[in-house]
Write a protein that binds this ligand. Structure first.
Ligand SMILES: Cc1cc2nc3c(=O)[nH]c(=O)nc-3n(C[C@H](O)[C@H](O)[C@H](O)COP(=O)(O)OP(=O)(O)OC[C@H]3O[C@@H](n4cnc5c(N)ncnc54)[C@H](O)[C@@H]3O)c2cc1C
Length: 473
């Protein structure tokens, strides 16, 4: 539907859910005494959304503490035919945690134990509610770290797996797809499934891990995950480079990647976005398209890679190339980058802000970003661009007034053009945020009959559609 909310009649999956009846609430209270809440503030918080998708509240929120409790919740949901919506930190951006048919929001934040860290195997096992920040703080003394780095450090690892998240370091270390070794999940039957053993590779049957990673809570509720870890590099060198236009910045970034430089982060901020981060973080940068970079390796390799990149950037008209002088300077730059969304929000107080992402093959990136910048200008939109351009992935952070129908329609038309352009470049409607509710209308354009196969998988695994109904399809 035009406003991004689902049209249950086109779902072709059962949608005859009931709101949680009193007997259901009593059954929940029986197994999770004191961890069941129907208060309006709590329900509203659990339909929190940072996009233009309107919030839709669950009937009740519960906080399980064990995998067995999650299995018991699935039993109750099946008995009363009410939906279950897994909830991590609610940082997803496409209405993922909304409850369009009501139901039970399953908040996994009480499942926040780090179960094992195995330095010899460079892996760890954590409960689904552990946050990225918590895990990396715990790993500090081991010399290891978990690299997947979406903007929101307080996202849970279960939620990050469920949305197949990626971020600033994906160019070097991969996304959740690459870094989840296995998960434990409660399936809609109540079965508890471990998707794989701990071996780094396996050819044993279908890849259930990859099926569950990115399934947005629609196929199973993940209760723990085994993740790859990496050694903290000997040297981390941050750098900044200014360009006259976004296309030149993209071409320089691609040249650096194609040359095999040890780039661990390659982020683009357009002039409007630099203006916002300057205002928020007092970076004092020239307000032109700018690359934020990070090199990982030995001190000699980082310096040599920086020098090589410098000449590639200068070939594209890059200037003012600076390495961040010290650790504090580097952290300041990346904090500013991570706060890009909030920098836009505070630059236009009182306005609504919508973050959207698309991704294209690397060789199409410069053209796709330049076309998007022209589109924004031609239609008089306010939409700073920021991107993980090392992965061909970029975001527009659109500023608008939701109460103004003309502005809302202009934004919807921009989103349609942005996605159409990404697909024309053989790209995707979403590189990392996922489909949720907000991007459902693009999935068939992107995958055609592939969507029917996905729907068949959903029907086979969750025939009564109790897990996060009204999402993806
Ligand atoms: C400022 C900002 C910047 C961001 N930048 C990035 C970025 O760079 N890259 C990126 O990928 N994302 C980014 N995001 C989006 C967001 O952080 C990710 O989608 C994140 O992975 C969601 O984690 P969460 O714990 O908040 O999950 P939630 O929002 O709580 O849930 C997300 C989805 O996963 C399901 N889910 C949650 N937990 C489980 C579970 N245990 N089992 C099964 N399903 C579950 C939910 O039902 C829902 O469908 C950003 C968000 C913000 C606010």
């Amino acid at each position: 539907m035009a406003d991004g909310t689902p049209d249950p009649s086109s779902d072709q999956l059962p949608t005859e859910m009931k709101r949680c009846p009193p007997d259901c609430l009593a059954a929940l209270e029986q197994i999770m005494t004191g961890r069941v809440n129907t208060g309006t503030a709590v329900r509203s918080h659990h339909a929190n959304s940072l996009t233009s998708v309107a919030p839709q509240w669950p009937d009740v929120v519960v906080w399980p503490e064990t995998t067995l409790e999650v299995a018991a919740l699935v039993g109750i949901a099946q008995q009363f035919q009410v939906p279950l919506i897994a909830y991590g930190a609610g940082t997803s951006l496409e209405g993922h945690v909304n409850a369009p048919l009501g139901g039970i929001s399953v908040d996994l934040t009480h499942m926040n134990k780090i179960l094992a860290v195995r330095p010899d195997d460079m892996d760890c096992t954590v409960e689904a509610g552990v946050t990225l920040q918590q895990l990396n703080a715990e790993l500090k003394s081991t010399g290891l770290f978990f690299p997947v780095d979406p903007g929101a450090e307080y996202a849970t690892l279960g939620g990050m797996a469920a949305t197949r998240a990626s971020g600033t370091t994906t160019v070097r270390y991969g996304s959740m797809r690459d870094n989840v070794i296995s998960v434990t999940a409660v399936m809609p039957t109540g079965d508890i499934v471990r998707s794989a053993r701990r071996a780094r590779k396996s050819a044993a049957g279908y890849d259930l891990t990859r099926l569950l990673v990115g399934s947005e809570g629609t196929l199973g509720i993940i209760t723990d995950l085994t993740l790859k870890l990496y050694g903290v590099p000997e040297t981390v060198l941050g750098a900044i480079a200014a360009f006259d236009d976004v296309g030149a910045a993209c071409r320089a970034a691609i040249a650096g990647i194609q040359s095999g430089l040890n780039l661990a982060r390659v982020e683009l901020l357009d002039a409007a976005q630099v203006r916002c981060v300057n205002a928020r973080a007092r970076l004092g940068l020239e307000e032109v398209p700018t690359l934020f970079l990070e090199f990982h390796g030995s001190s000699a390799s980082c310096l040599s890679d920086f020098d090589s990149f410098k000449s590639m950037a200068m070939d594209e008209g890059g200037r003012d190339l600076r390495a961040a002088a010290d650790e504090a300077g580097r952290r300041h730059i990346w904090k500013a980058r991570h706060d890009a969304f909030w920098a836009v929000k505070t630059s236009w107080p009182g306005k609504d802000v919508l973050v959207t992402d698309v991704a294209v093959p690397l060789s199409h990136l410069a053209e796709a970003v330049a076309q998007t910048a022209q589109d924004i200008e031609a239609h008089g939109l306010t939409a700073p661009i920021v991107g993980h351009i090392g992965d061909g992935n970029f975001h527009a952070i659109v500023v608008f007034d939701r109460s103004n129908p003309a502005e809302l329609s202009k934004v919807e038309q921009f989103l349609d053009r942005l996605v159409a352009r990404a697909l024309a470049h053989d790209g995707t409607a979403t590189g990392e945020h996922g489909i949720g509710q907000g991007k459902m209308r693009y999935l068939t354009d992107e995958l055609g009959p592939g969507v029917n196969v996905m729907r068949q998988i959903k029907r086979a695994i969750d025939p009564s559609n109790i897990l996060n109904p009204g999402k993806i399809f």
